[in-house]
Design a protein around this ligand. Structure first.
Ligand code: GLN
Length: 506
């Protein structure tokens, strides 16, 4: 087989099972690919060549001995650097955790190791997952494989870019307000935020605990379903983990039945209302074409309205910093990572060391959010800010529940624009936050969302994503709808969109 990195993860799994290839060959192809393109992309903060090849050799030996293995056993994977990996650095893209090597595995990492997927390394991200461009990483930005002068989205730009650049067939991302789906849209990859609680958060360094959810980053809908099925499930170590059966996502991804599918297009996020006037022409054009394809295939499409979306961005940017300000209090120079002594103080107090460490260790965006969150939670302001934001969440949950009545899925563009040039929004946090308008509602409400690549915008030839949303624990509906649309699109193009990405040159 010529270039192993170009196969889908499912094809890799099949080729491994039928002994056409070994995991050692497959993993070597990927670490070589990483070595050749990383100087242009910078998707990884840490590459574990030896560790990945050791897992590959082990899985090859066990396969040869006739052992029954997981479907994805031997298929390499990249993991976002916010997920604890025993013996492998975990920095969250922050200086404050530079050099920290967790003494334990996150549940996701443990599942991946148990299923024998070689871990290629840890992917770049905005510091503590705060950002939409991966430019807020303390270790330098990741570049979009479609155009290395542009951002890959964020915070999980490293995972998305690694998959888009064929450095990894599978990656784990985390999504608090869109950090899996938005980079998916920007890089032409599939990104899924499962139902809140479907995937364990144990060992996922917390940003905003009521919003965080890990999920798959892949090049096809079926690959996402295979990874989703692997990582989902109840975990006694996470008190918000769902106790019950996981949605049958793989069967849905294999089905892709569009006939009779009932789709609601979210008016506030797609029609040319004043609210959505910031949507780029090429994004709206591709979205409308996809909706027409769905209709042509026998889906019933109606328009739905979620009036409180108007307040969703404000609510998110109160809830998220509030929870983050509390979660990040643990980085106190006493327990993990960096410790800085204040300049010119002979016998510094613990408080002085904490202040100096947090000042040196956190970047500007993290500090901004800690300040906003601490303010919003302070007595006297709690009801006005955090309390009001929680009420908006309740309103949104009710409006989504009403909108889903009689429908299978809702649809919108994933992001109002395509990937922008590096540096473009760095000095204007508010305009960067606005790009999260279509993704963050799912986190506020706890419902699952999937971003599917649906073409490139005429004006810049950059990928566009369509987002499907489903009710809680109906993640399988996302996979059914997306697999059906993916099949139609690939038939129209004659090839997967990702194959149209320009070759990355080192
Ligand atoms: N871009 C959003 C933010 O900056 C979402 C981040 C995320 O999902 N981790 O908060």
């Amino acid at each position: 087989m010529s270039d192993l990195t170009r196969l889908t993860a499912d094809e890799m799994a099949q080729a491994l099972a039928s002994n056409e290839i070994t995991s050692t060959e497959l993993t070597t192809a990927h670490v070589d690919r990483i070595e050749s393109v990383e100087s242009s992309i910078h998707a990884f903060l840490h590459v574990d060549r030896e560790g990945a090849l050791a897992t590959a050799a082990d899985v090859d030996a066990r396969r040869a001995a006739g052992e029954q293995l997981a479907h994805l056993a031997g298929v390499p994977i990249a993991v976002k650097d916010v997920i604890a990996t025993r013996g492998m650095p975990t920095t969250c893209g922050s200086k404050i955790l530079e050099g920290w090597i967790p003494p334990y595995d996150a549940t996701i990492s443990a599942i991946i190791r148990r299923a024998s997927l070689p871990i290629l390394g840890k992917t770049n991200m905005d510091e503590f997952a705060m950002g939409s461009s991966t430019e807020r990483s303390a270790y330098g930005p990741t570049h979009n494989p479609w155009d290395i002068g542009r951002v890959p989205g964020g915070s999980g730009g490293g995972s998305a870019a690694a998959v888009a650049a064929f450095e990894a067939p599978l990656a784990i991302g985390t999504d608090t307000g869109g950090s899996i789906r938005q980079p998916g849209a920007f890089t032409g990859t599939v990104g899924v935020k499962p139902t809140y609680g479907a995937v364990s958060r144990y060992g996922l360094v917390a940003m905003a605990s009521s919003l965080d959810q890990a999920g798959p980053v892949t090049r096809t809908v079926l690959d996402a379903a295979l990874l989703h099925e692997l990582i989902a499930g109840h975990d006694p170590m996470d008190s918000t983990s769902i106790d019950g059966p996981s949605a049958p996502v793989v069967a849905a991804a294999r089905r892709g039945e569009l006939k009779g599918l009932r789709v609601g297009v979210i008016r506030e996020l797609s029609a040319s209302t004043e609210f959505s006037s910031g949507f780029q022409a090429g994004v709206s054009a591709r979205f409308d074409e996809s909706i027409a394809l769905l209709t042509g295939a026998g889906a019933e499409v109606v328009e739905v309205s979620i009036p409180s979306l108007e307040h969703a961005l404000a609510a998110y940017y109160l809830v998220m910093p509030s929870e983050a300000s509390s979660n990040l209090a643990r980085f106190d120079a006493m327990r993990y990572g960096m410790r800085v002594s204040p300049d010119g103080v002979d016998d510094p107090s613990a408080e002085q060391v904490m202040a100096a460490t947090r000042d040196a260790g956190f970047g500007d965006e993290v500090k901004r959010r800690i300040i906003v969150g601490t303010y919003a939670l302070s007595s006297g302001y709690y009801d006005a800010y955090y309390g009001s934001a929680q009420k908006v969440r309740t309103l949104l949950a009710r409006e989504f529940a009403a909108a889903f009545e009689g429908l299978d899925v809702l649809a919108s563009p994933t992001v109002p624009t395509t990937a922008y040039p590096l540096g473009d929004k760095l000095d204007d946090p508010l305009s960067m936050y606005l790009g999260d308008i279509a993704t963050l509602p799912a986190n506020l409400v706890g419902i699952p969302g999937l971003s599917l690549p649906i073409g490139v915008a005429d004006e810049d030839q950059m990928p566009v994503g369509l987002q499907f949303l489903a009710p809680q624990q109906a993640d399988d509906r996302l996979y059914n709808a997306a697999a059906g649309l993916e099949r139609l699109l690939v038939d129209t193009w004659g090839q997967p969109l990702i194959d149209r990405a320009p070759e990355v040159h080192a």
